[in-house]
Design a protein around this ligand. Structure first.
Ligand SMILES: O=c1ccn([C@@H]2O[C@H](COP(=O)(O)O)[C@@H](O)[C@H]2O)c(=O)[nH]1
Length: 250
């Protein structure tokens, strides 16, 4: 059976490989997956991805959010797949062909997630970017549209905020994974930082999220292990409530 810590994805959002490796040692027993993003990948490259993958039991998520013409994305995703990571990301963007190319490049060797609308983006941002008014007043619709593109292209799931998970699961089924950043625990006055569409760990679980990406609330806590354990306890309580009410998936 899945443990609550297994659904916590911790982003190694630090520039130096030494700092990344010490976070991996510190948190290996308390999270299920380590996410490597642009900052660390640009500094340390594929070699660090391989080392972290071999460091402990936790899986690796390579979050490069590819976005380019289809051929470039297909070839880049084929290289990502060589690294043996569990998840990789591509922006849903505006091109179905680009998403299909990402899936083709992955060739079933890595789970491809389409990034719908970044969790830092607010309805005002969408309006400013020139999207139709119906999307800026109802961001969920835009996320659903992008999630539909990802599903049609053959992606394994999407990255979205916890606010949109329920709709995605209802429309595309429980097997289509929803990975949710923008997680902020209610307790302890944790800042939203640059995140806009924020939910608590319990809310994300209740709405059906498969994985919760939690960075700064763990990394910047006085005791990161204790912070990760508190989040795992909150996830477990949400699962227990679901089980009691007969709605459990785990
Ligand atoms: O829509 C998205 C997609 C990816 N991210 C990434 O998740 C983490 C969130 O970190 P926090 O410190 O918990 O805010 C970060 O690595 C982002 O690049 C996202 O936030 N939103």
């Amino acid at each position: 059976m899945k443990a609550a810590k297994d659904v916590i994805v911790f982003p190694l959002d630090v520039p130096a490989p030494e700092a990344a490796r010490s976070l991996v040692s510190l948190l290996a027993d308390d999270v299920g997956m380590f996410k490597i993003g642009l900052e660390l990948f640009i500094r340390s490259g594929p070699e660090l991805v391989r080392r972290i993958d071999q460091a402990g039991g936790a899986r690796v998520f390579l979050d490069l959010k590819l976005h380019d013409i289809p051929t470039t994305v297909r070839r880049a995703m084929a290289q990502v797949a060589e690294l043996g990571v569990y998840f990789a990301t591509v922006h849903c963007g505006d091109s179905q062909a680009m998403l299909e190319a990402a899936v083709e490049g992955a060739g079933g060797r890595v789970n491809v997630l389409g990034v719908t609308v970044l969790t830092s983006i607010s309805p005002a941002d969408v309006a400013r970017a020139g999207y139709r008014q119906r999307y800026s007043t109802d961001l969920q619709r835009l996320v659903m549209k992008k999630a539909g593109m990802a599903r049609d292209a053959g992606c394994d799931g999407v990255v979205c905020s916890g606010m949109e998970v329920e709709g995605i699961k209802a429309a595309f089924g429980g097997g289509f994974m929803a990975v949710t950043p923008g997680i902020r625990p209610a307790a302890g006055g944790v800042a939203a930082d640059d995140q806009s569409r924020v939910v608590t760990p319990a809310m994300a679980i209740r709405r059906g999220a498969d994985y919760l990406v939690v960075g700064r609330p763990i990394r910047d806590a006085a005791d990161p292990r204790a912070a990760a354990r508190a989040i795992a306890a909150e996830i477990q309580r949400a699962w227990d409530e679901q089980r009691k009410s007969g709605g459990s998936k785990c």
